[in-house]
Ligand binder design. Structure first.
Ligand SMILES: [Fe+2]
Ligand SMILES: [Fe+2]
Length: 475
């Protein structure tokens, strides 16, 4: 196992102490990161004591240490999963060859772009969420928000380490740029469009952590298969932290639904207006938010047919999530079929080389993973005795990228006329009124154990502590 240096200025398990040049370069970047955190991280909570977990190791049990920390003092470190001895490339044209400990020259700019794009989303999400703390529905939720935020900060460190260690001067410049672009900035926005939208209500935050962060999980799973071993090891460890972010999203949405069901039972009605009058979020609104966030997360995977995705696979740069479970790891003459619009209001079957369909294949795995929460939430609804069913819309609905971009369909994916589609969007996606209703519920609740009226308490607290624990001490 790699040795862990927790007392260094930058905690790490990459023997930073043995590479003085790299260590100095990263120690030079560190104050810029802290300045960024103070300016662009959670607004106004720099002095609060937050009950956080910190990565202090990489073994499956015991990799995290819990304790009360002021966020600027969080020990952001560099942790890679332990190397697999004799690991070989698991897919593509280099299958079976030893993995790479350095970036091959011919793939250097591709790797750099992928690492920068991944790295850019991490601080972007912290920036998007920076005002949320002011309207937290409970201290438990406030703590979870900050946990997600500090870990996204650590994921930035993870990518910056790779840039500094393997990409020389260009890498160091990219690392600086990662702190200069800002979510929503008109001059220097974040790279991906969705990461420039502010997230200023908690229902959106739960949707983000459920749907958008899960896209991140699938990108990381693909990179975890990479032939470039330091990238694979870095992303594998990031995935262990990411699991908590998915948990925050799934339980957050679940608690909103649970509260809604309690109100429906009390009132003896499933009338959305009545639920709203009672201060909870009706299930119809939850469905609309889901339609919006799911469809925009699907766009992050790119087009169904992509020659870039094909060359990433061929060259060992990016595999499929859990590559080992696929039967054929070369996919030389294999094909993939998918349905696209025929341009005349119908559907046609498309055939593409399997290698070029990697975005679609990854996205299909993502959709399956999204369904898991839906099943749980629908069980809650069923057990409460109501006949509503929450559903993910078709992956053709409300798309901006790929075969179905800007093609009017209904929520089940059947092509429909433009007028009908526009009307459907007005009823199936959050309206300005829905958004302002959700915003009207956002009030700050900071008494330990208390919850805002629109959300049920969690089933249990963090790290076996009670729900009533004072997870954030607001100093
Ligand atoms: Fe992340
Ligand atoms: Fe995340």
């Amino acid at each position: 196992m790699s040795s862990i240096d927790l007392n260094a200025r930058i905690p790490n398990n990459v023997n930073l102490v043995d590479d003085r040049t790299l260590q100095r370069a990263l120690e030079h970047w560190q104050p810029a990161f802290l300045d960024w955190w103070k300016d662009m991280g959670p607004s106004d909570f720099l002095k609060s004591d937050v009950y956080l977990r910190t990565a202090t190791g990489v073994d499956a049990a015991g990799w995290a240490t819990y304790g009360s920390v002021k966020m600027p003092d969080y020990r952001w470190g560099i942790f890679l999963a332990d190397p697999e001895p004799h690991r070989t490339i698991g897919f593509g044209d280099h299958m079976g060859e030893p993995v790479w400990q350095q970036v091959p020259g011919e793939y250097r700019s591709t790797f750099r772009r992928l690492i920068v794009t991944q790295g850019d989303t991490e601080p972007a999400s912290v920036e998007q969420q920076r005002l949320l703390g002011h309207t937290c529905p409970s201290l438990y939720d406030l703590r979870n928000l900050f946990q997600v935020n500090v870990e996204e900060g650590r994921h930035l460190w993870a990518m910056v380490y790779l840039l500094h260690a393997y990409f020389g001067r260009d890498g160091r410049e990219e690392a600086e740029e990662l702190l200069m672009r800002h979510s929503g900035d008109t001059d220097k926005p974040r790279i991906l469009g969705t990461f420039n939208e502010p997230i200023d209500d908690w229902l959106s935050f739960y949707m983000f952590t459920y749907f958008t962060d899960r896209d991140g999980k699938y990108q990381l799973k693909s990179l975890a298969e990479s032939a470039f071993d330091p990238l694979a090891r870095t992303t594998r460890f990031m995935l262990t932290e990411e699991a908590h972010h998915m948990f925050v999203g799934e339980t957050g949405i679940g608690r909103v639904i649970k509260r809604s069901l309690e109100v429906m039972k009390e009132l003896g009605t499933d009338d959305p207006a009545a639920v709203r009058r009672a201060g909870a979020i009706d299930l119809q609104t939850v469905q609309k938010y889901m339609n919006f966030w799911f469809s925009s997360a699907l766009d992050l995977f790119g087009s169904e047919s992509s020659s870039n995705a094909g060359s990433y696979f061929a060259n060992g740069i990016k595999g499929r999530p859990d590559e080992a479970k696929f039967a054929d790891h070369r996919e030389i003459d294999t094909v993939y079929h998918f349905e696209g619009p025929d341009g005349a209001g119908g559907i046609k079957n498309n055939e593409v080389a399997m290698r070029n369909a990697m975005n679609a294949i990854t996205r299909n795995e993502y959709v399956k993973d999204c369904e898991v929460g839906l099943k749980r939430w629908n069980k809650l609804i069923e057990r409460a005795g109501f006949e509503v069913e929450l559903k993910l819309p078709s992956d053709r609905f409300h798309r901006s990228i790929g075969a179905w971009a800007n093609v009017p369909t209904d929520a089940a994916g059947t092509p429909i006329a433009k007028d009908a589609y526009d009307a459907l969007c007005r009823s199936a996606l959050p309206s300005a009124e829905d958004r302002s209703f959700v915003k009207s519920l956002q009030v700050r609740v900071v008494e330990p154990g208390k919850m805002a009226a629109w959300i049920a308490p969690p089933d249990r607290g963090i790290n076996n502590l009670p729900v009533e624990y004072e997870y954030v001490r607001l100093n």
